[in-house]
Design a protein around this ligand. Sequence first.
Ligand code: FAD
Ligand code: EPU
Length: 318
Amino acid sequence: MTADFQSKDFQSKTGARVERLPLARFTTLGVGGEAEVWFVSDHEQLAEAMAAPYRILGGGSNLVISDEGVPERVIRLSGPLAERDLTPDPGLSGSGGDGIVTGWVGGGVPLPGLVRALQKLGYSNLEGTVGIPAQVGGAVWMNAGTRYGEMFDGLHTLEIATPEGLKVITPDDLGWGYRDSGIPRNHIVTRVRLKLQRSTPEEVLAKMTLADTARKGQPKMKTPGCAFKNPGGVGAGRLIDEAGLKGTQVGNALIAPEHANFIVNLGGATAADVHALLDLIRARVNVPLELEYELWPDDALRQGAPASAVTQWSAELK
Ligand code: FAD
Ligand code: EPU
């Protein structure tokens, strides 16, 4: 956040609230400069917001945003697009069976609260996603999950805003997989209907506890979660650990001593600190690693760490 930050709020033609804000406050890493944030609460406002270059921000739990912020509009779903209707839809749920299809759940709904609510209702299918600090839209876009389950286990219908208009699709229309929904970048998941199984609160809680226990070793500090996807079979965390990089610090960013695939903010970290660690990991781990973090604004920041610097950090840390 800059010291001379001044809010320049206005209301758009369709009534969206627009504020110039530091994005750090929206990210779990706590890093990110300013941008024009559009809080949109209906489809009309969304269409107006999408009429100029934009990005969509969810829970900010997978983002490393430049300290300079981003030049595009940053859209955040709010109001009815951040509300949930978990009532079984009588037309879609069938009669007598265990299967339930819910009403619409907004893309801006926080996932942790949704998972807790489903547990209380005794509705199963999404309990494996417990502990993921995302919004529904972001979690769907990434197909966030754990080895106990992922978002696409519980999706019936998706409503997606695209530059060509609003589309209603099903998971079968997408080529989804591990940490990937197949939804093109900047197509916005506005709402989904969930496909759930009737169970009991106790049974759902038992499954949630298993998934929760699996993340006990993860760091509790500010972080965007795992930095790299697991390359088939072997964990990226294990590879980074075996490369001896746990506890490596650049500036105020640290490769977590608890789990080597997490980068944490010790307080006052910059995006460049995180980039340096990512580049160092890639230089030191022999297996090609695919980034899970998303870097805003993408390539511009990647240019910040020339290969020569990586070689130098690598040598210094040996
Ligand atoms: P953001 O970080 O805000 O954005 C990520 C991407 O999604 C961006 O491209 C953004 O544009 C896009 N996006 C956001 N909202 C929408 C929308 N409505 N429509 C379309 N695109 C959208 N992930 C896992 O998979 N499993 C885990 O176990 C896990 N554990 C984590 C633990 C911690 C402590 C943290 C901090 C993160 C963890 N993550 C995990 C990573 C992260 O939560 C997921 O990647 C999640 O899917 C990000 O969702 P988000 O709403 O925060 O999206
Ligand atoms: N390991 C190490 N050293 C480390 C970290 C892990 O040796 O520093 C070893 C562990 O001992 C274990 C293996 O690697 O034998 C796997 O570790 P872990 O159980 O922590 O799971 P993971 O594969 O590292 C995955 C997801 C997490 C998810 C957990 C729990 C990925 C990239 N990571 O971690 O998701 O929470 O399983 O299900 O798929 C995320 O995607 O952001 C994320 C946090």
